[in-house]
Design a protein around this ligand. Structure first.
Ligand SMILES: Cc1ncc(COP(=O)(O)O)c(C=O)c1O
Length: 398
């Protein structure tokens, strides 16, 4: 495919037309099989020795999954990709590929609650030590915390659930001086909004469950990066742990990606409109959204996010936690559910739901207010969402 084609064309057609080479099927088929038949005993042995390309067993590789991996790698500007059973399987695969017992990972704070819980598990079980640095001061603090044991710098930007921003370019510049790889969780932004590899990062990962799927019907994860790194991650970690992806779900994600560019643009537009409405509402204490000019890192977001700021925002209502809980039960359009990046809006309370793995002290340190409400803005008409939120917010006054 012509590398000069525009992003929307790449999303639909890249990196190659999807035709199945064996049947001409316009859509890549779901190769729903566990094993692949060898032409002979020697043929099987050559594939196992790596002397010849070919499929063996779906845990080790599958054409439907391969196509998805190539597609996301292409959109992120990476050499290769490895799809995994979930976003958490992608996070753990990156850490287990790069870190051994006794190593350290510097992690931006906050991160998704499941990611935090994984780092705590890795510390307890495998002596891999996470060092959390506040997202908004991350590059400034980084240098002082790097030492010989640091094997990975792990950032999530925008961060779940505070929408804090980490300056990817500055982080990568410092990391490069020390020869330490930078991994970016790009779930909230997607390659439509932010391409960390172009900004100097080495590894990008996603919970594909969110915007890449886009329809709230599948779980999945992916890691993209350099060919050698992905080869090691796939063959020395994912295939041994068994956190590989499955062809059926890969098909759903491929289907979702076809509309990624239009969806992400509309999600961001809608979120901006809702954020501005909440910002001016008398019952709202604070709105956390990097698209607003009073966000502390709005200028960094502007520089690295391609003029879009994600479809997720968070806010604190007057009356704190109890008022927030009442609000999420009162709104009619958003589902009271975790997850995000779906056509439908979702609303939740991070301190008691997605980030309940943080203790009260850890929540405070990470800047996750007890009353914070996270809203994933869907593809509904934003004016209907605004009217719904307005009604629910005004009901809190009584
Ligand atoms: C930013 C981020 N990273 C990773 C994950 C984990 O993804 P999954 O739920 O697909 O395992 C999530 C889930 O919400 C997330 O929001």
């Amino acid at each position: 495919m012509d590398p000069d084609m525009r992003l929307d064309t790449k999303v639909v057609h890249g990196p190659r037309h999807e035709h199945d080479p064996h049947t001409g099927s316009h859509r890549i088929p779901i190769y729903q099989t566990s094993s692949f038949v060898f032409k002979s005993a020697d043929h099987g042995a050559r594939i196992f020795r790596g002397e010849e390309e070919g499929y063996v067993y779906t845990r080790l590789g599958n054409p439907t999954i391969d196509y998805l991996e190539d597609k996301v790698a292409f959109l992120e500007g990476a050499e290769a990709g490895a799809a995994t059973a979930s976003g958490m399987a992608a996070v753990s695969a990156v850490v287990f590929t790069l870190c051994n017992a006794g190593d350290k990972v510097i992690v931006s704070d906050p991160v998704y609650g499941g990611t935090f819980a994984f780092f705590e598990l890795a510390k307890k079980k495998f002596n891999i030590e996470p060092v959390y640095l506040p997202a908004i001061k991350f590059p400034e603090l980084l240098e002082d915390h790097i030492d010989d044991r640091t094997k990975l710098i792990y950032i999530e930007t925008p961060a779940n659930p505070t929408l804090d921003i980490v300056d990817i370019e500055k982080t990568a510049e410092i990391a490069r001086k020390h020869g330490i790889p930078v991994a970016v969780d790009n779930t909230f932004a997607t390659p439509i909004t932010q391409r960390p590899i172009e900004l100097g990062a080495d590894i990008v990962l996603h919970s594909m469950t969110k915007y890449l799927s886009g329809h709230g019907d599948t779980i999945g994860g992916i890691v993209v990066g350099k060919k050698d790194f992905i080869h090691t991650l796939k063959h020395d970690v994912v295939s041994h742990i068994g956190s590989n992806y499955c062809p059926f779900n890969a098909y759903f994600i491929l289907r979702g990606i076809k509309t990624l560019a239009v969806r992400v643009r509309k999600h961001s537009e809608n979120a901006m409109k809702v954020a501005q409405f909440l910002h001016d509402h008398p019952m709202v204490e604070k709105v956390l959204y990097p698209g607003l000019s009073d966000h502390p890192l709005h200028e960094v977001a502007k520089k690295q996010m391609n003029g879009m700021y994600s479809g997720v925002l968070s806010f604190i209502v007057k009356g704190g936690k109890e008022a927030g809980k009442k609000l999420i039960e009162t709104v009619k359009i958003p589902a009271l559910a975790v997850s995000l990046g779906d056509t439908d809006s979702y609303i939740e309370h991070p301190a008691s739901m997605t980030h309940s793995s943080y203790s009260d002290e850890e929540l405070e340190k990470a800047g996750i207010h007890q009353g914070l409400i996270r809203l994933s803005v869907g593809l509904e008409d934003p004016d209907d969402l605004i009217e719904d939120l307005d009604r629910a917010l005004n009901s809190l006054k009584i």
